[in-house]
Design a protein around this ligand. Structure first.
Ligand SMILES: *[C@@H]1O[C@H](CO)[C@@H](O)[C@H](O)[C@H]1NC(C)=O
Ligand SMILES: *[C@@H]1O[C@H](CO)[C@@H](O)[C@H](O)[C@H]1NC(C)=O
Ligand SMILES: *[C@@H]1O[C@H](CO)[C@@H](O)[C@H](O)[C@H]1NC(C)=O
Ligand SMILES: *[C@@H]1O[C@H](CO)[C@@H](O)[C@H](O)[C@H]1NC(C)=O
Length: 294
């Protein structure tokens, strides 16, 4: 019995619990659970974790989730046999570290469970992807087309800007910004533009950028979309006593007759007894070939 007490006494004498770890960044203490940053991708984050009073010398380790990080420890043993341990971790931040919680664990024989302090990394990133969507099918001149630009993975949220071949579009886009589980934002920008025959084979561009790309002088993400525009042509074919006077230079099977109207055509003096005019609607890609016919 006495022997057991002696051992317990010895253990108490030989061991001491370490202090709770305190995390510092650039010599400034970060409160437990606080946010450090913001940083940009590729920034180097240096953190220091300190604990004192531990006997024997506590083990200090760093974790990002389950993953243990490489670190360097410096141990200073005081006169009373307790150790002050300083451990530094150095990490180059990338997209993987979005919202990462970096923990410092301190453990020795005097305690049952490791003492833990942590900080959360506030990482700012450029957009990771940009997609432009528009009509899959050709659209008819005079219609409005809806173009959608989706920019993902940016923090802070990216802005979309729209251009046609030459100019910035004057139409104001409708923009929605959504927060994703990883802390980045998705920007959805929608523009409705009227298309004319001149937009046939026209190209629309969406550019996406945020403050990260801007401050690093990096180019915005950019994608384009080509649109095909159909034109409506009204074509008349004139028959006189069932004889066709005007010969269309296209395949009439493509045509749908729309109206049958009397009129004075081609300089011939015609009336309702000796002529008929058939109007056809032709819807075709707006190319110059068809403009001649119309
Ligand atoms: C830090 O906060 C966590 C909970 O978020 C807690 O488990 C831990 O004990 C705290 N550490 C210190 C040193 O206060
Ligand atoms: C581009 O857009 C501008 C402004 O919306 C418009 O004035 C111009 O005609 C367009 N140019 C082309 C080639 O579509
Ligand atoms: C995004 O748009 C807002 C509002 O127009 C503007 O204040 C901000 O500077 C823009 N940011 C970028 C990165 O273009
Ligand atoms: C059509 O009939 C009118 C009289 O009904 C006549 O004056 C005109 O010459 C005729 N046109 C042709 C092309 O035959």
């Amino acid at each position: 019995m006495q022997f057991v007490l002696l051992i317990l006494h010895l253990i108490r004498f030989l061991t001491a619990p370490p202090s709770v770890p305190s995390i510092e960044k650039d010599g400034k203490m970060s409160l437990n659970g606080s946010i450090v940053g913001p940083f940009y991708e590729k920034a180097v984050l240096n953190l220091e974790c300190e604990t004192f009073g531990g006997k024997p010398s506590p083990e200090v380790s760093w974790f990002k989730g389950e993953e243990e990080l490489d670190s360097e420890s410096h141990v200073r043993v005081e006169k009373n046999g307790a150790s002050t341990v300083t451990s530094t971790v150095k990490m180059t931040l990338d997209r993987d570290d979005l919202g990462a919680k970096i923990e410092c664990h301190v453990d020795n024989e005097a305690i049952d469970d490791a003492l833990v302090s942590w900080v959360e990394v506030d990482l700012h990133v450029g957009p990771s992807s940009l997609e432009v969507d528009g009509p899959d099918e050709p659209v008819i001149a005079g219609d409005f087309v809806t173009l959608t630009c989706t920019i993902q993975g940016a923090k802070p949220a990216a802005n979309a800007s729209w251009f046609n071949r030459s100019d910035a579009l004057t139409v104001l886009p409708q923009t929605e910004i959504e927060l994703e589980p990883d802390g980045t934002f998705t920007t959805v920008s929608v523009v409705e533009v009227p298309v004319s025959r001149h937009d046939h084979q026209g190209t629309y561009f969406c550019k996406g950028s945020n403050s990260v790309l801007q401050s690093k002088g990096e180019a915005p993400l950019l994608k384009s979309l080509d649109i095909q525009v159909l034109c409506e042509y009204l074509i008349q074919i004139i028959y006189l006593n069932s004889v066709c006077l005007s010969q269309p230079s296209f395949n009439p099977e493509l045509l749908q007759p729309t109206t049958l109207q009397p009129g004075t055509q081609h300089g011939a003096r015609l009336n309702r007894h000796n002529y008929s005019t058939v109007y056809y609607h032709l819807v075709k890609l707006c190319t110059t070939i068809f403009e001649i016919i119309s």
